[in-house]
Design a protein around this ligand. Sequence first.
Ligand code: HQG
Length: 206
Amino acid sequence: MDIGYCEKCGFFEGKCKCGNGRILLDMKTRIKVSKFLSGLLRHYPEKFRLNLDKNGFADLRKVLNILKERYGIDEISLRALVHLDKKGRFEIVNDKIRAKYGHTVPVNHKWSESGEIPPLLYHGTSPKNLESILRHGLLPMKRREVHLSETVEDAIEVGKRYSEKPVILMINAKDMIKDGYEIRKKGRVYTTDFVLPKYISILKKL
Ligand code: HQG
């Protein structure tokens, strides 16, 4: 959906309720910028001579300059994109911005937002990975953490990136926590260092 800003309604998706708001980013540009920002803050900051601090934060002004040059994006558009992101991919704190999860570059990922961790979490993957996952558990692979979803629907979306018919795994988060494993909340995504096979069951094969 398009995103915009209205003095009365604030940031909005689709159409402004009162009709006076203006569109900041159409859907296509929004997706393009979001993907680029994910890459920039998770995988290749150095390509743009961007510095991440130990917690993954980059200077907001520098990121804005990069986005301005590439896409003509201004600050309010970036703030709308961050504010309206469904998965809570990014966060702006004072004059800094970071990706909350998904990194391949080394950053301190051992932080969590407050809130209960659901007793069950889900993970969507390719059927090709199943045998290995059931044998070795879920591993971070190229990233710093393993990523888990709050709902089956979210896990299906993740799994569809790999396969038309993904496998949905159910993770016994309650037992993991009881046994001393840390699960962290990052927006709509939950992360952990790894998941042993004993906490994993197959929920469905689509
Ligand atoms: C698999 C996106 C074989 C794992 C998504 C996954 C998510 C194994 C792949 C977030 C394995 C890694 C993260 C094992 C794990 N043997 N395969 N032992 N352990 N795997 O992309 O969870 O939209 O690093 O099942 O939506 O797919 O970018 O992880 O298939 O939320 O914000 O190895 O990234 O979010 O792939 O995706 P990834 P993921 P954004």
